[in-house]
Ligand binder design. Structure first.
Ligand code: ADP
Ligand code: MG
Length: 322
C-alpha cells in the first residue's frame, strides 16, 4: 500500500473532529483495545455483518454509499432489537490504498455514525479483495428487547416503509436503467429504523429487519415463535415509484421477495393499532398492517393458499436462490 496502515487509520478513521463524542468511551482508537463503559441495568446488543464487493454491493459502487451501507445494515440489526446504538468496530480489507476511495468511504461512514450517535472505537486493516466487516454494540433493557420468538396468535403483522424499492433499485442499477434514481438511492442508502425500533419497546411482541425479503424474514419470526401467518396481499404497501417502475405484478414480487430494504417487520397485539398509527405519524413513516399471526404452520394468503418463503427471498449459498 502506498499509505501505511497507520496513516490510513490516522487520516481517515481516528480523526477526533469526525468522531461521535461519547462519555462511555473511556479509551478509543489507538491502543490494543478500546475501553467502554456499558450502562448499569442494560444488556449489550451485539451484531456483526460483512459486505463483500460483487456479492453485497455492485463493483464500482460509490465509496460514500459503501461507507453508509456498511454501517446502515448493522444499525438495522440494532433497530430490529429496539436497541440504542453506542459503539462500533470496523475491519476493512482493501485491494489498495486509494485515498479518494478512503475519503469517500469514511465520509459516508461518519455521516451516518454522527446521525446515529454511534462511535467508532477500533478496527483492523488488511490487504485483499474489498470487504467490510462492522460489529455494532448497543443498549437495550433485556426484558423488553424485540426478539424473533415473541409473536403470538392474534397479533397484527406490520411492515414499515415501502418494501421492494431497494430490490427494484438494485435491478435498475444492474441493468443500467435510467429514470429510477429514487429506487437506486433506496438500495445505496438504506435508512436503519432506529427510532421505530425503540418506539416499539413494550408494544411489539416480535420484530425483524428486512434484509432477505419480507416473506423470508417474516418466516424467521414464524419459525422462532412456532406460529403461522396470514398475509393480506392486497394490503401490501406498494410505493408509487415502485409501481411506476415495474407494474403491479413485479412490484408485489419485489415487495414480498426482494431483499435489502432494511425496513422492520413486527407483530403486535391487535389492540395496539391506534398506538402504532401514532408512532407512524410521529416518525412520518408508513406502518402498514399486512396480516395476522395464526396457529401454524407457515404462511398463507387471505384465501388460504400457501406462500413459500423459501422460494421468496435472496438466500446466500442456497440452490433455491432467486
Ligand atoms: P493491534 O496490532 O494491537 O491490533 P493495530 O495496529 O491493528 O493494533 O491498530 C492500532 C489501533 O487502531 C487499534 O486501536 C485499532 O483498534 C485501531 N484501528 C485499526 N484499524 C482501524 C480501522 N479500520 N478503523 C478504526 N480503528 C482502527
Ligand atoms: Mg495490539
Amino acid at each position: 500500500m502506498s499509505l501505511s496502515e497507520f496513516s490510513i487509520i490516522e487520516r481517515f478513521f481516528a480523526d477526533p473532529a469526525r468522531q461521535t463524542e461519547r462519555p462511555d468511551v473511556l479509551l478509543g482508537i489507538g491502543d490494543d483495545c478500546a475501553l467502554l463503559q456499558p450502562p448499569a441495568g442494560k444488556a449489550l446488543a451485539v451484531s456483526i455483518d460483512t459486505l463483500v464487493e460483487g456479492v453485497h454491493f455492485p463493483r464500482n459502487m460509490e465509496a460514500h454509499a459503501i461507507g453508509h451501507r456498511a454501517l446502515a445494515v448493522n444499525l438495522s440489526d440494532l433497530a430490529a432489537m429496539g436497541a440504542e446504538p453506542a459503539w462500533f468496530t470496523l475491519a476493512l480489507t482493501l485491494p489498495e490504498s486509494d485515498e479518494d476511495w478512503l475519503a469517500g468511504f469514511s465520509r459516508g461512514l461518519f455521516d451516518l455514525a454522527k446521525q446515529s450517535n454511534i462511535a467508532l472505537v477500533g478496527g483492523n486493516i488488511a490487504r485483499g479483495p474489498l470487504s467490510i466487516s462492522i460489529e455494532v454494540h448497543g443498549f437495550v433493557a433485556a426484558e423488553k428487547a424485540l426478539r424473533r420468538d415473541g409473536a403470538r396468535c392474534g397479533d397484527a403483522i406490520f411492515v414499515s416503509g415501502w418494501p421492494g424499492e431497494a430490490a427494484a433499485g438494485l435491478a435498475a442499477l444492474q441493468a443500467n436503467r435510467s429514470g429510477c434514481d429514487d429506487l437506486v438511492l433506496r438500495f445505496k442508502y438504506p435508512q436503519p429504523r432506529l427510532a421505530l425500533g425503540q418506539s416499539l419497546l413494550g408494544l411489539a411482541h416480535a420484530a425483524i429487519d428486512l434484509s432477505d425479503g419480507l416473506l423470508a424474514d417474516l418466516g424467521h419470526i414464524l419459525e422462532r415463535s412456532r406460529v403461522g401467518a396470514r398475509i393480506d396481499l392486497e394490503n401490501l404497501p406498494l410505493s408509487p415509484a415502485l409501481l411506476t417502475a415495474c407494474g403491479s405484478d413485479q412490484a408485489a414480487r419485489f415487495a414480498l421477495s426482494g431483499g435489502d430494504d432494511y425496513e422492520l417487520c413486527f407483530s403486535a397485539p391487535a389492540d395496539c393499532k391506534a398506538a402504532i398509527a401514532d408512532i407512524a405519524s410521529v416518525l412520518e413513516l408508513p406502518l402498514t398492517c399486512i396480516g395476522e399471526i395464526c396457529a401454524g404452520p407457515g404462511l398463507r394468503d387471505a384465501r388460504g393458499q400457501p406462500l413459500d418463503p423459501r422460494k421468496s427471498g435472496f438466500k446466500h449459498f442456497s440452490q433455491e436462490a432467486d
